[in-house]
Ligand binder design. Structure first.
Ligand code: HEM
Ligand SMILES: *[C@@H]1O[C@H](CO)[C@@H](O)[C@H](O)[C@H]1NC(C)=O
Ligand SMILES: *[C@@H]1O[C@H](CO)[C@@H](O)[C@H](O)[C@H]1NC(C)=O
Ligand SMILES: *[C@@H]1O[C@H](CO)[C@@H](O)[C@H](O)[C@H]1NC(C)=O
Ligand SMILES: *[C@@H]1O[C@H](CO)[C@@H](O)[C@H](O)[C@H]1NC(C)=O
Ligand SMILES: *[C@@H]1O[C@H](CO)[C@@H](O)[C@H](O)[C@H]1NC(C)=O
Ligand SMILES: *[C@@H]1O[C@H](CO)[C@@H](O)[C@H](O)[C@H]1NC(C)=O
Ligand SMILES: *[C@@H]1O[C@H](CO)[C@@H](O)[C@H](O)[C@H]1NC(C)=O
Ligand SMILES: *[C@@H]1O[C@H](CO)[C@@H](O)[C@H](O)[C@H]1NC(C)=O
Length: 359
């Protein structure tokens, strides 16, 4: 999927300008290929970022965790067949919703807030802004509103018309080792630095007991994970007793739970990573990972972390995007346009045919 057409904006310009642009295009071929643009909505929905931000602040009043949840939605959408809002689609007879795939079921959250944002955006600029771009803008706003870095978000993604339940298995899980994490990131074009910087999103948000409880009791030979700080271990055991409630929530960053900063990395240095996939980036039980130098670099310098994080987010936001006339701009993020009615059958056949030939 997502073999988007090559679409440089060459129409409606004078011939001499066209020649000049062609020359520039030849010199900067790679830039033209990327296709997303920070000015994409400047003429059609110039206030979109402010509208998103207003809705996010409104939601945060009753849900202090929402910023973390929203950036995670963007991550889970992008890894699963690209940033085309497939994650937001609900079950229908034709759609097997990704929301119930293992990494998302009873875990990914914030869909109602995305609905509220979409409604507010539609009220100002109907039919213009895709759900995929709303996720990208919401991810940036969530980081910035949590005192993290600010960046200009490349825009112009379009929404897909299918969900990919099985493809969600590419998402990294809490029991993966570093080698598997590296492979899963590499599979979507992200390198080791991206793996370490993007994992820094665990500087806010929560995780359920079952995602790390294996570290607390019988990790090996009846002992807890040796790469877990003993005072932190005692606290976690209180919150997540052996055999107790598996869904109780815990801060991913015990030091500054709702602030986007680089404490995640100093936590790892103090053996206070919550998931094994966090701690293993610095020190697994028996090895020092090849990713350790990046952890130490980001722990030492918040600006270096922020710069790398922004770079990683922009790369992640470019995974398999639909642009130009591919896909559509959904009216409702939960359903494809025209989902009921006679035309839908035809469109669905088209989508299936084209995705089959591109595999
Ligand atoms: C490196 C591999 C990763 C693994 C194995 C992983 C795994 C997890 C797990 C298990 C949870 C807790 C889910 C739950 O208990 O319901 C979680 C939460 C979270 N993850 Fe990741 N994650 C990874 C990378 C990322 C990336 C790249 C981002 C974003 C850029 C991210 C952002 C978050 C956030 C913000 C939360 C908290 C969400 C909330 O409170 O609603 N994670 N992650
Ligand atoms: C942009 O949106 C914000 C939030 O809804 C609103 O307060 C502001 O007045 C809007 N600005 C313009 C120029 O429409
Ligand atoms: C949606 O479909 C999935 C997979 O077919 C199923 O497990 C889940 O229970 C359904 N959810 C709802 C709300 O219908
Ligand atoms: C999702 O979780 C529910 C429990 O809340 C479970 O009944 C359902 O089988 C799960 N769905 C899938 C597809 O595993
Ligand atoms: C990582 O996990 C994979 C899959 O479970 C396994 O094949 C591999 O041996 C593991 N690698 C290391 C270094 O433990
Ligand atoms: C720990 O787990 C291992 C295998 O998973 C088991 O053989 C052992 O009896 C357990 N030890 C304790 C103290 O529960
Ligand atoms: C488990 O914990 C969750 C979250 O704190 C709570 O909503 C749920 O009621 C608890 N379940 C049981 C059986 O106590
Ligand atoms: C464990 O955490 C405490 C603070 O809670 C810290 O002083 C100590 O250095 C940490 N231990 C290790 C081995 O990092
Ligand atoms: C990992 O690195 C630490 C300090 O950098 C060192 O003390 C330790 O021996 C190393 N462990 C392994 C298994 O190489």
């Amino acid at each position: 999927m997502a073999s988007s057409s090559f679409a440089c904006p060459f129409s409606a310009v004078s011939v001499s300008l066209l020649l000049m642009l062609s020359l520039i295009a030849l010199m900067h071929f790679d830039k033209c290929e990327a296709q997303l643009s920070p000015t994409f909505y400047d003429n059609t929905c110039p206030n979109v970022s402010a509208i998103v931000r207003e809705q996010l602040l409104l939601a945060q009043r009753s849900d202090p965790r929402i910023f973390a949840s929203l950036i995670r939605l963007f991550f889970h959408d992008c890894f699963t067949n690209g940033c085309e809002a497939s994650l937001l689609l609900d079950n229908t007879t034709e759609i097997k919703s990704e929301k119930f795939a293992l990494p998302n079921n009873n875990s990914a959250r914030g869909y109602e807030v995305i609905d509220a944002v979409k409604t507010a955006v539609e009220n100002s600029c109907p039919g213009i802004v895709s759900c995929a771009d709303i996720l990208a803008i919401a991810a940036e706003a969530s980081v910035h509103l949590s005192y993290g870095p600010h960046w200009t978000v490349p825009l112009g993604r379009r929404d897909g018309r299918m969900a990919y339940f099985n493809a969600a298995s590419i998402l990294p899980g809490p029991f993966d080792n570093v080698t598997v994490l590296q492979q899963k990131f590499a599979a979507v074009g992200l390198n080791d630095i991206d793996l370490v910087s993007l994992s820094g999103a665990h500087t806010f948000g929560r995780a359920q007991c079952f995602t790390f409880r294996h570290r607390l009791y019988n990790f090996s030979n009846g002992n807890p994970d040796p790469s877990l700080n003993t005072t932190y271990l005692a606290k976690l055991r209180q919150r997540c007793p052996d055999g107790g409630n598996r869904t109780v929530l815990n801060n991913l960053d015990p030091v500054t739970p709702d602030v986007f900063d680089n404490k995640y990395y100093t936590n790892l240095q103090n053996l206070k990573g919550l998931l094994t996939t966090d701690q293993d980036l610095l020190s697994a039980a028996d090895t020092n990972a090849s990713t350790a130098p990046y952890v130490n670099r980001f722990a030492a310098d918040k600006k270096v972390f922020f710069d790398s994080f922004v770079e990683g987010m922009i790369k992640m936001g470019n995974i398999e995007v639909l642009t130009g006339s591919s896909g559509e701009v959904r009216k409702n993020c939960r359903v494809v346009n025209g989902a009921s009615g006679p035309q839908f059958e035809i469109r669905l056949r088209d989508v299936e045919a084209s995705s089959a030939e591109e595999i």
